[in-house]
Design a protein around this ligand. Structure first.
Ligand code: 5GP
Ligand code: ZN
Length: 112
C-alpha cells in the first residue's frame, strides 16, 4: 500500500518524533501552521475517521490519551490547543491514513 504515514511508521520515511509506543506515533507536521503542529496517528492503517470499526474502540481511546501526552510534551496543555481530524474532500483531507492534528503555541482563531 502506498501510504506515506505507513512508511513513516515503518521507518522508510523520516519524521521528527514527539512520542511513540506500540500502537501510536506522534511526529511534527512537515508544514506547520502554528509553533506547535504535531500529527498523532495509529500505527494501524485506518484511512479516516469514517473507517474506524467497533474493534478499534480501544485503539482510538488510547490515541486520545496519546493526544494528552503530546499536549504535555509540547507544553500546549498550559494555554490550550486544538485537535483536528480532516475527513474527505470538504474536510480537505490530503493523507488518507487517519491523523489528528495537535495545533497550538499561539492564539488560534475560529474561522473556516
Ligand atoms: P490533512 O490535510 O490530510 O489533514 O493533513 C496532512 C498533513 O500531513 C498536512 O498538514 C501535511 O503538512 C502533513 N504531511 C504531509 N506529508 C508529510 C510528511 O511526509 N511528513 C510529515 N511530517 N508531515 C507530512
Ligand atoms: Zn497508512
Amino acid at each position: 500500500m502506498d501510504c506515506i504515514f505507513c512508511k513513516i511508521v515503518q521507518g522508510e520515511l523520516p519524521s521528527k518524533k514527539v512520542y511513540e509506543d506500540d500502537h501510536i506515533l506522534a511526529f511534527h507536521d512537515i508544514n506547520p501552521i502554528a509553533p506547535v503542529h504535531v500529527l498523532v496517528i495509529p500505527k494501524k492503517h485506518i484511512s479516516s475517521l469514517m473507517e474506524i470499526q467497533p474493534e478499534d474502540k480501544e485503539l482510538i481511546g488510547h490515541l486520545h490519551l496519546g493526544l494528552q501526552k503530546v499536549a504535555e510534551l509540547t507544553g500546549v496543555n498550559q494555554d490550550g490547543f486544538r485537535v483536528v481530524t480532516n475527513i474527505g474532500k470538504h474536510g480537505q483531507q490530503t493523507v488518507f491514513h487517519i491523523h489528528y492534528h495537535v495545533i497550538g503555541g499561539r492564539q488560534l482563531q475560529w474561522t473556516m
